[in-house]
Design a protein around this ligand. Structure first.
Ligand code: 2RA
Length: 336
């Protein structure tokens, strides 16, 4: 018997990718229903499953499905995810609404699928966190992660389809001598970097930066992990890159790190500096694996430290792929 799946927020960048990933991974579904707001309801969407009509979201309609993948705002999730869960739907939520609730699992399947248990609402992490955690876990398992300092280089897709559109249009506009008129990003993004993603917090970090700290601790089950992050938007389209300086409990070498990472689920080592091979957004875009490279002994933390560079598709491992992987765990029972 197959599973009835709903994708809610299907007109967004993440929702669109969810449908593609379900198809690409041959997800065992008997029915796929696509939901969006009243504005898009009734429109036809070309999908890998063929032409499909978008339905207006109602709790009653989505409650006819077994699993709902939500790619909607946090406020929407907060209101409707509990109602769907009460009606028996397993909700996998891409917003930040439930990530920090102690009783809701926050899951990267390569790391903590066992946290899912019987949960009816499962939180999908922030993209930046998911991409980083996939690379950190194999190193943590072998050497024990003690501290991390992270800097990110985040693509426009983190602000959804409107962010990607603004980057493309504004780049064209500026090259043609026009004035920038940014709306999605707080400053013009083309030819710029913006060290400001999400709201500033009382401690001077942004919410995006704190998400990386809070969520990495929860997913990797290192509750006090000292991890600081500087999150920066750069003018790339859809893959986030991150530099991490790591300290471990045990001594580590780049060779031992490569061994620990080699064959780790979701990881692709791209680390051949002699041939100019290292993780890059252009190469990681459209791929499931997180690229890890530039692995070197850290000057700061010496024989207990590494510097690494990672890159992963923000819309895939950072969002849609991870959500579908969680759904795969739920339907296959790999939840303990
Ligand atoms: C960003 N992490 O890149 C956010 C999206 N969830 O803006």
């Amino acid at each position: 018997p197959g599973v009835k799946v709903a994708v809610v927020g299907v007109t967004g960048a993440v929702g669109t990718e969810m449908v593609s990933v379900l198809h690409d991974r041959n997800f065992p579904l008997t029915d796929l229903r696509l939901f969006a707001s009243a504005r898009s309801a009734g429109k036809t969407l070309e999908t890998p499953f063929g032409s499909k009509t978008i339905e207006e979201f109602t709790v009653d309609s989505v409650a006819e499905c077994d699993v709902a993948l939500l790619a909607v705002s946090g406020d929407f999730s907060k209101e409707y995810a509990p109602q769907l869960a009460e009606r028996g739907v397993t909700v996998i939520d891409n917003s930040s609404a439930f990530r920090y609730d102690d009783d809701k699992p926050l899951v990267v399947p390569e790391i903590n699928a066992d946290a899912i248990g019987d949960a009816k609402i499962i939180a999908n992490p922030n993209c930046t966190t998911a991409i980083l955690a996939v690379a950190l876990q194999p190193l943590h398992a072998k050497f024990g992660l003690k501290r991390a300092i992270v800097s990110t280089y985040q693509a426009a897709s983190g602000s959804g389809a409107p962010g990607m559109k603004e980057l493309e249009e504004e780049t064209r506009n500026i090259l043609q001598g026009g004035q920038s008129s940014n709306k999605v990003f707080v400053h013009p993004l083309p030819f710029n970097v913006i060290p400001h993603i999400d709201k500033f917090q009382d401690n001077g970090y942004t919410k995006e930066e704190m998400k990386v700290t809070w969520e990495t601790r929860k997913i990797m089950r290192i509750p006090d992990l000292p991890l600081s992050c500087t999150a920066v938007r750069i003018p790339t389209l859809r893959a986030h890159a991150e530099a991490a300086t790591l300290e471990f409990d045990k001594p580590v070498t780049p060779e031992a790190a490569r061994e620990a990472l080699s064959g780790a689920p979701g990881v692709k080592i791209v680390d051949d500096p002699e041939n100019n091979a290292y993780p890059m957004p252009l190469n990681a875009s459209g791929h499931y694996d997180v690229e890890v490279g530039r692995i070197r002994q850290s000057i700061v933390f010496g024989d207990h430290g590494l510097d690494i560079f990672v890159c992963g598709d923000q819309l895939l491992k950072g969002a849609a792929l991870n959500a579908v992987q969680i759904a795969e765990c739920v339907v296959s029972g790999k939840v303990r």
